[in-house]
Design a protein around this ligand. Sequence first.
Ligand SMILES: O=C(O)c1ccccc1N[C@@H]1O[C@H](COP(=O)(O)O)[C@@H](O)[C@H]1O
Length: 214
Amino acid sequence: MKLKICCISSTDEARTAVTFGADALGLVGAMPSGPGVIADDLAQAIVRVTPPPVATFMLTSEITVDGILAHHRRVGANTIQLVDAVPAGTYTQLRAALPSVKLVQVIHVLDDVSVEEALRAVDEGVDALLLDSGNPNLTVKELGGTGRVHNWQVSRKIVQQSSVPVFLAGGLRLHNVREAIDTVQPFGLDICSGVRTDGHLDPAKLEAFVAAVR
Ligand SMILES: O=C(O)c1ccccc1N[C@@H]1O[C@H](COP(=O)(O)O)[C@@H](O)[C@H]1O
């Protein structure tokens, strides 16, 4: 089970996450809401201390190709996590500009329409999906970092029908992660608030979480 630790907010947190076996680190760029946002220069510094093969996921709320590329130039991660829906053709243009960078589309799982949305992203060429619990339809969009779970039965349908790897995010905690894995059977897990105390990465929670999933 792959494990992405999100909301990394310092080079020390990055080292801690890597020490406990993270396969990927999440770096949250500017967002309309959410607790995990860091400045782009800090994100770049974290990318630079992250050892291969640990992946660095740059979370962006940008939805234009120019905006996404500009964000990526400031951070330099090896994976772009698109937390909002992007217009058709965006993945093709991003891939042409950044052939070695992986593209991960977040699907905010609300209902069965989310299954269609996920399969459309797969058809259009993303490398992976990440299922989260935001709500892009609100006036102030929620694009992740909610600490809430969503309907895992819908997520399970997406995993069953997707031809690319699927990460599960949203409200994962020590007490619910086994049920999440058994129900959804994702390729990987993505966690932010569940391994934090007062906003800081908590080594004891992280260690317990890793032990529960591996
Ligand atoms: O953390 C944030 O501030 C954030 C804001 C906007 C988009 C994504 C964000 N974080 C991501 O949200 C998931 C779920 O968080 P949680 O585990 O439910 O607290 C997290 O894995 C990050 O990828």
